[in-house]
Design a protein around this ligand. Structure first.
Ligand SMILES: [Zn+2]
Length: 210
């Protein structure tokens, strides 16, 4: 499986492009900004975007979705518990002093247990609320990769002081949905360096005593 991680925008959100070598189908996660660079990656590998998945409706993760949707025609997936947060994109832009991105219509509701396919590779949607109510993580068993959005970071967890955040809930999500995954699972967080489930179990201060 082709996998490129591109930090995009002012807040350097990790945008992931997954591509199937056989079918040349691609899945793009969190196209927050810099859509020309995302399109360059698709072109470079001869990939066609089949789906755009938003891990949660914060501006740095969803900001470029409409541009990418227009350029590729791919449907946009998001958990609808973040619909209210998505409506607040103009407010989010104002808080950060950024222009308001083009609004995007969500085409498919991403719910816990849903399965997406990229070629022959299966991707499971895990609903992991706490950073926001609609936060999801993507689990690819055959690749042992987890795209964690802003739920789990290397040495940290997502902030819960923004609208829709809940500190107890994010810990429950991590404990119930993410920690049971194999320890050698590579975790691609929404920002910063990759990590693994085993590493975070051992060293992440926020997860001790869970
Ligand atoms: Zn976020």
């Amino acid at each position: 499986m082709i996998h490129e991680i591109l930090p995009v925008g002012m807040l350097q959100c990790n945008c992931s492009v997954f591509g199937d070598e056989q079918s040349r189908e691609a899945l793009v996660v969190d196209p927050g900004d810099e859509i020309e660079s995302v399109l360059d990656i698709l072109r470079k590998h001869g990939l066609t975007a089949k789906a755009i998945v938003i891990t949660h409706a914060h501006i740095d993760h969803i900001g470029g979705a409409q541009k990418l949707k227009q350029a590729t025609g791919a449907p946009v997936y998001m958990n609808l518990n973040d619909a209210d947060l998505q409506k607040m994109l103009p407010d989010q832009a104002r808080w950060l002093g950024m222009p308001t991105p083009e609004a995007v219509q969500i085409d498919v509701a991403a719910n816990d247990g849903d399965r997406l396919m990229v070629g022959v590779t299966e991707i499971a949607v895990l609903h992991t609320p706490g950073h926001t109510q609609g936060s999801i993580s993507l689990w690819m068993p055959s690749e042992k990769k987890l795209v964690a959005g802003d739920t789990l970071f290397r040495d940290s967890i997502g902030r819960t002081d923004l609208p829709g955040g809940n500190g107890r809930q994010i810990l429950r999500s991590i404990h119930e949905k993410l920690m049971p995954l194999p320890e050698d699972t590579v975790v691609i967080p929404g920002h910063g360096e990759n990590t693994s489930i085993g590493r975070e179990k051992q060293f992440n201060y926020f997860l001790q005593g869970l």
